[in-house]
Design a protein around this ligand. Structure first.
Ligand code: ZN
Length: 266
């Protein structure tokens, strides 16, 4: 109860700040958790001691509701039945009125919340946006049966895009493949303001921000995942664009700058 109360307070505080600009970003936390450092690839004992002294990695699963120029776009849907839907309602949004759900990729913690506990569409009026290579890998090549089931519920309303496309007004799809074959980040632009939805560029902010070479065991292509992380974080740092990541603990939102061989939040 206390934890929920504190996150509600935090979200309220954050919303008031974000709404001052042209783009409002609301963090919808599905679940917070702690993971083992055995999930990491390419780290050293010294790095672990310095950046993860407790030996436990803190992260969370979140989705983001982004509002600008009269549009409301949900980026990812979370893992579990109803959690993101409940968070939307708490924040004054109506799931049945969400028209656009944009997915960064097709892992269960990003598309799972598309389906209600009764097996129905959690967002009955929504079109679902997915990168073509992501849909091919998980659905057409049948790498995950759960994806097939979820997409069949939204049949006729699944919109596939190419990298570089402006998928909705002011929303551009950026190739950040590696974590999965069609992993996508999204650049949002409105009235001269910019914002980046990273997706799973950062799983564990404590170590992957200062040491971006660290990958995770569930990256489909860890080498490419590292390249994409450096590419998009360099871009955000150079252009001073705030970023949101689905597994970055807390608000999920960072303003980053280069620091040593990596990056830091400021
Ligand atoms: Zn994820």
């Amino acid at each position: 109860m206390t934890k929920n109360f504190l996150s509600a307070l935090f979200l309220l505080a954050f919303c008031s700040v974000a709404s001052a600009g042209a783009i409002e970003v609301i963090t919808l936390i599905d679940i917070t958790g702690e993971r083992d450092t055995a999930l990491l690839i390419g780290t050293t004992e010294a790095q672990l001691k310095k950046f993860v002294p407790s030996g436990k990695l803190q992260n969370q699963i979140a989705a983001f509701l982004v509002k600008f120029e009269g549009q409301e776009i949900l980026f990812d849907a979370g893992l579990r039945d109803g959690h993101v839907v409940n968070e939307l309602v708490k924040n004054g949004a109506a799931p049945e009125k969400i028209k656009f759900v944009v997915l960064t990729h097709l892992h269960g913690d990003h598309f799972g919340g598309l389906v209600t506990p009764e097996g129905k569409a959690a967002f009955p009026e929504a079109e679902i946006f997915i990168a073509k290579p992501e849909k091919i890998f998980w659905a057409d090549e049948k790498k995950n049966e759960g994806v097939l089931e979820a997409l069949s519920i939204y049949e006729g309303r699944v919109k596939l895009f190419d990298f570089g496309d402006e998928i909705l007004p002011g929303v551009k799809a950026i190739d950040t493949t590696g974590h999965t074959p069609g992993h996508t980040s999204f650049l949002i632009e409105s009235s001269g303001e910019k914002f980046l939805i990273l997706g799973d560029i950062i799983h564990f902010v404590d170590i992957q921000l200062p040491v971006p070479e660290v990958a995770v065991t569930y990256d489909t292509d860890p080498v490419k995942a590292v390249q994409s992380r450096k590419f998009i974080l360099d871009y955000a740092a150079q252009k001073e664009i705030p970023v949101a990541g689905m597994h970055i603990k807390g608000s999920g939102i960072l303003k980053i700058k280069k620091s040593g061989e990596g990056y830091e939040n400021f």
